[in-house]
Design a protein around this ligand. Structure first.
Ligand code: HEM
Length: 225
């Protein structure tokens, strides 16, 4: 197994790990967004979906078994995604202790320049989000096993809705640049293929951001109540 350690110690290895863990996290964020669309179908649909997630694989798998497996996979991905990002940042700083005097900010897009701060905002958001809608400590009217009620009453607080909107905008930029650079990190680049991957990154970042932002907006405007 030493080759695995050696691979991860190299910069290319860390980039590959960042890309693969990023793809898994992205896939999960996409599925989570699709599941949350059930908010528009009404309380029974969203709550039934949440119940289905808890009993997935039953009776072969104990209740919440699949949920815990996915939680462990997600946690491992988050840890390696952040560890490789921090390690690569340290390597970059050591290689260039004095920053570029005139950086070409046209070539380096806004999304690319905000990857690190965007990542920090997303991490803080996820911690808050878990305390808000999963465990309920950060929610003033949390009801166990009633996600529809928790989402709607949660977003009726304007500053909570505003925080979700800001964090999901940051996530949108992060996903756009992350999806785009993932192809580089995995060596999937070709002149013919490049417009396609830009469209792919743009489409997915916009779809996920628009849907996620629509949830707090729908509650604030009274469309979902
Ligand atoms: C406005 C957008 C979002 C809404 C309405 C939403 C809603 C929810 C709800 C209701 C739950 C609790 C489900 C339950 O316990 O039955 C949940 C859990 C969770 N959400 Fe979100 N979410 C949103 C965006 C996000 C984003 C952007 C991320 C990640 C970057 C995320 C990560 C999670 C995680 C990790 C859990 C815990 C899942 C588990 O129980 O293991 N959510 N979300």
């Amino acid at each position: 197994m030493t080759w695995v350690g050696n691979f991860y110690r190299s910069a290319i290895g860390k980039k590959a790990v960042m890309a693969v863990t990023g793809v898994i996290l992205f896939g999960w964020i996409f599925l989570h967004m699709v599941g949350n669309l059930k908010l528009y179908l009404g309380p029974e649909h969203l709550n039934e979906y949440a119940h289905w997630l808890q009993t997935l694989g039953s009776p072969a798998v104990p209740n919440k078994g699949m949920l815990w497996i996915s939680r462990i996979v997600l946690l491992v991905c988050v840890v390696f995604h952040i560890h490789s990002a921090v390690a690569l940042t340290i390597v970059n700083r050591k290689a260039r202790p004095v920053g570029y005097r005139d950086r070409d900010y046209l070539a380096a897009t806004y999304a690319a320049r905000t990857m690190r701060w965007g990542g920090v905002i997303i991490l803080l958001f996820v911690i808050y989000h878990l305390l808000h809608l999963t465990t309920g400590q950060a929610h003033r009217d949390f009801i166990e096993n009633d996600p529809y009620h928790n989402v709607v009453s949660g977003f009726q607080v304007w500053w909570v809705a505003a925080f979700y909107i800001i964090a999901n905008l940051a996530l949108g930029f992060h996903l756009f640049h992350g999806l785009w650079s993932m192809f580089n990190s995995l060596g999937l680049t070709h002149a013919r293929f490049n417009p396609w991957r830009r469209n792919f990154a743009t489409a997915f970042a916009i779809i996920i951001t628009a849907a996620n932002i629509s949830f707090p907006l729908a509650v604030l405007t009274g469309i979902v109540r």
